[in-house]
Design a protein around this ligand. Structure first.
Ligand SMILES: [Zn+2]
Length: 497
């Protein structure tokens, strides 16, 4: 998280000069693997974030001298419970740095493993496997969210069904949580309006995952937007429509058409490549010209770095958000830095799984509160000791279409609910969601959900009762009241044994 300090009284948001509070940061565009001279791994990513923080501080001090900053960046560090989990093992602890960024959406390059085994395997089969291995075991699983990469032309150059088959494997078997498409690198710019590409994007919508396009000019953006509209005509069920992120949307911040496309409720923009004077141009134009009936303007823009193709220019974007020139409030900043990406990913790690075991629920009595950090740490230790793979830790967030109000920031609440999460654990093909929630009057509720066809935590939205009605009923029917965290750990141990 990025801790900032207010440089002035901001009574409209209940913030006083000197108040410190954290922003949660997600990098929504990041490559991992190997492509020619480019090579990136999780430890290198964290080193990059350390470098980015170093550069950002240097630039911040110049801006602060010129009295340009509303919020001065003062410190970075992990969410406390995440930092504790990184301390469980020494080699995990070695990766606990570069905490300017909390979570990173990673996907393959057009990498050196591309086309291994083709056409038996899809072009990105090996690359997607590597993303899976990096992103679904501790400690990296606490920091990375894996997206699949697909070459839609696999269907023409390999065999029919290859591309969509790989997408389904990546999402349903591996548990990756989004799709990255690159029309230029995979040479399908001219087929963007054809069924071979549209079918892949349409399937991504049906699977409930976002699609991030590399889109470096407005002509490509226009074709993507037309494709989205065609899918809307073909697919009548709105919950199955694809949500599309325009990677590098900042390459044409001066084009009025960009904001027309971003006004479409299914189209979002990601900020990598943006730098210098283009930064204020993009955000001011977005503020004035995005008219999306379903979203506030700041819900449509998403922070990303495009490391390793790009590097420290991402600091320009962060510092602009913290400057007096930014036309929004702390809630807008938090949406752009993390909230929008988390909402688009939308759900915890959950590949298809088939357990039929009944869920359990434990209530830790109301005298016990302020313990979420210890519960998360000890549950992770217990699971690790029993041979479970910690595949993800996903914090809950406000319901879709909302975010916390600007006046919650002074108290440290930024909309990423650090005391409420889903811990995803995998062992021998079994997936368990440990679902921690604070109770309204004090105390905690801990669900143990053996993920199967019927039961899973389907969303990271908090208070999403409706989505889980039958699960909630089963959990409540099995509730057991406990009075100490030791008792809770005994029960969790029993449930995972
Ligand atoms: Zn990229």
């Amino acid at each position: 998280m990025l801790w900032v300090q207010s440089t002035e009284d901001l009574p409209q948001w209940g913030i006083k000069k000197g108040d410190r509070f954290p922003f949660y940061v997600v990098d929504a565009h990041h490559h991992m693997g190997r492509e020619n001279t480019h090579q990136n791994t999780p430890p290198r990513a964290y080193e990059f974030y350390s470098l980015l923080w170093f550069e950002l501080q240097k630039m911040a001090s110049e801006m602060h001298d010129a009295d340009a900053l509303r919020f001065l960046p003062v410190e970075v560090g992990p969410v406390e419970s995440v930092g504790r989990v990184f301390n469980i093992r020494d080699h995990w602890h070695n990766n606990s740095h570069g905490w300017l960024v909390d979570r990173t959406i990673v996907f393959p390059y057009t990498d050196d493993y591309c086309k291994h085994g083709f056409p038996e395997n899809a072009s990105f089969h090996v690359s997607n496997d590597r993303i899976f291995r990096w992103t679904t075991q501790a400690p990296h699983s606490l920091r990375l969210i894996g997206f699949a990469r697909i070459d839609p032309l696999d269907d023409e150059n390999g065999r029919p069904g290859l591309a969509v088959g790989e997408l389904e494997r990546a999402i349903l078997t591996l548990g990756l949580r989004g799709l990255k498409l690159h029309p230029l690198a995979q040479l399908f710019v001219d087929q963007l309006d054809q069924p071979v590409v549209r079918g892949v994007v349409r399937r991504a919508g049906e699977l409930g995952i976002p699609t991030l396009f590399d889109s470096r000019n407005i002509a490509t953006v226009e074709r993507i937007s037309e494709m989205v509209q065609t899918i809307q005509e073909e697919q009548r069920i709105s919950s199955r429509w694809p949500r599309v992120i325009l990677g590098h949307c900042g390459m044409s911040p001066g084009s009025p058409r960009l904001y027309e496309f971003l006004s479409h409720p299914l189209i979002f923009g990601e900020t990598s490549t943006l730098h210098g004077k283009d930064v204020p141009l993009l955000f001011e134009s977005a503020h004035d010209n995005i008219h999306d009936p379903a979203h506030r303007w700041s819900e449509k823009l998403i922070f990303g770095t495009d490391y390793s193709f790009l590097s420290v220019q991402a600091a320009d974007v962060i510092l602009y958000l913290l400057s007096r020139d930014f036309p929004g409030d702390p809630s807008d900043i938090q949406r752009i830095l993390a909230g929008n990406a988390l909402s688009l990913v939308g759900r915890p790690f959950a590949p298809a799984a088939r357990s039929r075991k009944r869920p359990r629920q434990f209530l830790l009595s109301e005298s016990v509160s302020g313990l979420s950090v210890e519960i998360i740490q000890r549950a992770a230790e217990t699971a690790d000791a029993l041979g479970w793979r910690l595949a993800s830790l996903d914090f809950m967030r406000p319901p879709d279409g909302t975010w916390v109000s600007p006046d919650s920031f002074a108290s440290g609440e930024n909309g990423v609910y650090r005391d409420s999460c889903v811990m995803s654990l995998q062992r021998d093909g079994v997936l368990v969601h440990l679902w921690l929630r604070p109770q309204p009057g004090g105390g905690y509720c801990i669900g143990v959900v053996y993920v199967g066809r019927k039961h899973r935590v389907v969303t990271t939205e908090s208070y999403a009762h409706g989505a889980n009605e039958s699960l909630s009923a089963l959990l409540n029917a099995s509730s057991m009241l406990l009075s100490s965290i030791d008792d809770l750990m005994l029960e969790i141990r029993r449930a995972l044994s």
